[in-house]
Design a protein around this ligand. Structure first.
Ligand code: GTP
Ligand code: MG
Length: 375
């Protein structure tokens, strides 16, 4: 902690304060136990004592409060089955959005400007008596962060590879995001209807990237699909659901919600809109939420498939468009529900302050100020 006093160093080093005072005295510094020392002096004294010092940044209020929420361990008996989250990843134009449209019976692909996905989308749907959450990510090389975000919230990654094109740079990138997130991978070998489709070449590319197709004796399910003809779509869904069932995903719906902001916008007409996915707990209208440097009370939630369908609550892996934040929360940031609006404001302001001071290149000292203010 900075500035470090003689007492701080004495306690941290387990050395009597008078030993430190003696070293300082030899340097011509008359010190009491409350005398602060700058980092150079602290290091000098420590070196005289035969020690190394590490200056740790003190934990901030937000770290403390939010970490406590993160660390709540659910009782086994409170855990319930939750819908899986399935993220579609892959190279641009390989058919992610078209496949997802077909799977859930919507049409997003044809309305996209330039035929290119530029947003991360998330939908929770019901198939039979089961819910499933899907996340669609853009394949254009510019949107690496969105692919990483999509992979980070998912349980299963569906890597979409166009059979006429094979494994391409963002296919490889998608595979590495899925690996980093440590989630099972299912491959949709799409555009099988095209005359140029070359599944052998595509599967060779996959195995060169460490994804050994099951039909070649490996452990990766490669499902041949066509979003144009509908071929293989049932099999793709079955494969995904089989993988999901093997994992028995659980969460505790009866706790305060934690989740991730996938995307947020702020404009004059609509105000702040945030696309959120709930990971655990249940989010309700009126809940106090904090997400990065944004906070507020949940004013409204609507279904991401149909904005006219309002929701009062959103349980584990539900996807919602939410209003109520004061400013647009940063995409990829986790949100938390707190009991105390003043605390939520403090945390959001501290974050905003931190972002500003990082921007100004003067981190560190502010943290101490906050710590002393709020502790
Ligand atoms: P980005 O999100 O921009 O990365 O693209 P995407 O992977 O979502 O691809 P999208 O679904 O937008 O499809 C790209 C183009 O391929 C569109 O013109 C689709 O109609 C077409 N397409 C997608 N799947 C198939 C398929 O199975 N067969 C054929 N013939 N065309 C397909
Ligand atoms: Mg798309």
């Amino acid at each position: 902690q900075l500035p470090c006093t003689v007492r701080d160093l004495s306690e941290a080093a387990g050395v009597p304060a008078r030993d430190i005072q003696r070293i300082l005295m030899e340097e011509g510094v008359m010190a009491t136990i409350n005398t602060p020392m700058d980092p150079e002096l602290t290091e000098f004294v420590a070196a005289e004592l035969g020690m190394d010092v590490d200056f740790l940044q003190p934990e901030t209020l937000e770290d403390k409060v939010l970490r406590r929420l993160d660390e709540i361990e659910d009782d086994e008996k409170d855990l319930q089955d939750r819908p899986p989250v399935i993220t579609f990843l892959g190279h641009v134009d390989h058919g992610k959005t078209s496949l997802l449209d077909k799977l859930i019976g919507i049409d997003v692909a044809s309305g996209e400007s330039g035929g290119i996905t530029q947003h991360i989308r998330a939908y929770q749907i019901e198939k039979g008596d089961k819910k499933i959450s899907f996340v669609d990510t853009p394949g254009h090389e510019a949107f690496t962060a969105m692919r990483a975000r999509g992979a980070n919230v998912t349980d299963i990654a569906v890597i979409v590879v166009a059979a006429d094109d094979g494994v391409m740079p963002q296919t490889e990138e998608a595979i590495s995001h899925a690996r980093a997130a440590d989630v099972p991978i299912v491959v949709a070998l799409n555009k099988m209807d095209l005359p140029g489709a070359d599944p052998m070449k595509a599967m060779t590319g996959l195995s060169q990237n460490g994804l050994q197709p099951s039909e070649w004796g490996g452990d990766v399910e490669v499902v041949k699909t066509s979003a144009a003809t509908g071929e293989g779509l049932d099999e793709l869904l079955d494969t995904i659901l089989t993988v999901a069932e093997l994992h028995e995903y659980k969460a505790n719906p009866n706790r305060s919600a934690i989740g991730v902001c996938l995307e947020a916008t702020q404009d004059a007409d609509q105000g702040v809109q945030a696309k959120m996915i709930v990971e655990t707990g249940t989010l309700r209208i009126g809940d106090i939420v904090v997400c990065g440097d944004a906070y507020g009370r949940v004013r409204s939630m609507s279904n991401t498939l149909d904005k006219h369908q309002k929701m009062d609550e959103a349980g584990p892996t539900a996807t919602v468009n939410l209003t109520g934040f004061d400013v647009a929360p940063p995409a990829g940031e986790r949100f938390y529900v707190l009991d105390d609006v003043a605390q939520a404001r403090e945390i959001a302001e501290a974050r905003a302050h931190q972002t500003r001071s990082e921007f100004l290149g003067q981190t560190g000292y502010q943290h101490v100020t906050l710590e002393t203010l709020f502790d």
